[in-house]
Design a protein around this ligand. Structure first.
Ligand code: ATP
Length: 243
């Protein structure tokens, strides 16, 4: 079966810094792929390249048979790719529901503002914000802002959801709920790529794990295989991950 997402020979430098180098990856429909690796290893840059926020210096990103690396971000969203951000990006002057509605208006199945607000409501329940649709987004806690971002991404009706450390900073009971929520999204048929440092979540959720170090993919496999790979252990201990 053709992969849903295929990354081939991807390179991205910032000045002299090689943030992503010769990266290759395949994500199958139904995968929950964990993208892990030490700080600065290029994980967020890969998400930025998939979503069109950055353009690669070389390489190709295919979504089904569509080439993404030549498309602007809004066209990529329309194709069915949505994301959350490591540093949350909500619109503080809008209500919670309006923030989420924006995802519906500009997503894979665009609709009117009125319909978008109606679509937002069940998503607020899903992420744990039921009854708070009209609250100003500006006053939300950090965790609740993350919930808004996830609901906004889901409102875009993605086939591929990219989560950038969505579980980071949750307390233990929130983490249990967060893991259950991500699992439910996967069971609904959304393919997921998650950048995450919370290894319990990676083990609980991921069908596959891809480990990056210094811009390169250094290991791939089931969570058990990938996280026990000597190159991965070396990368996390700060040694030469290419060894
Ligand atoms: N816009 C940018 N301009 C210059 N350098 C950048 C830019 N974005 C990322 N970098 C650098 O590229 C490298 C990879 O960064 P990236 O954010 O992709 O890593 P990461 O694996 O997501 O890290 P973390 O786990 O800390 O979020 C880092 O050295 C980072 O400082």
């Amino acid at each position: 079966m053709q992969p849903l997402l295929r990354i081939v020979g991807l390179h991205k430098s910032f000045g002299g810094l090689r943030a992503v180098e010769a990266m290759a990856a395949s994500v199958r429909q139904g995968d929950v792929l964990g993208l892990v690796g030490p700080n600065g290893s290029g994980k967020t840059t890969v998400l930025d390249l998939i979503t069109g926020a950055l353009k690669p210096d070389q390489g190709m990103i295919l979504f089904g048979d569509r080439r993404l690396d030549r498309l602007p971000p809004h066209a990529i969203t329309r194709l069915g790719i949505a994301r959350t951000f490591q540093l949350v990006r909500i619109m503080p002057s809008l209500t919670i529901a309006e923030n989420v509605a924006i995802g519906a208006m500009f997503g894979a199945d665009p609709c009117s503002p009125a319909e978008a607000l109606a679509r937002a409501l069940p998503l607020l329940s899903r992420v744990g914000l039921a009854g708070r649709a009209d609250h100003p987004a500006a006053r939300l806690t950090y965790i609740d802002q993350k919930r808004v971002e996830l609901a906004r991404a889901l409102a875009a009706r993605p086939r591929l959801l990219l989560l950038d450390e969505w579980l980071a900073g949750l307390n233990p009971s929130e983490l249990v709920q967060g893991i259950a929520l991500v699992r439910a999204l996967a069971e609904d048929g959304i393919t997921i790529v998650m950048v995450e440092h919370v290894m319990d979540a990676i083990r609980a959720l991921c069908t596959r794990v891809l480990v990056m170090n210094a811009g390169r993919a250094v290991a791939e496999g089931t969570p058990e295989q990938a996280l026990s790979d000597p190159a991965v252990i070396a990368a996390y201990l700060g040694e030469d991950g290419d060894a």
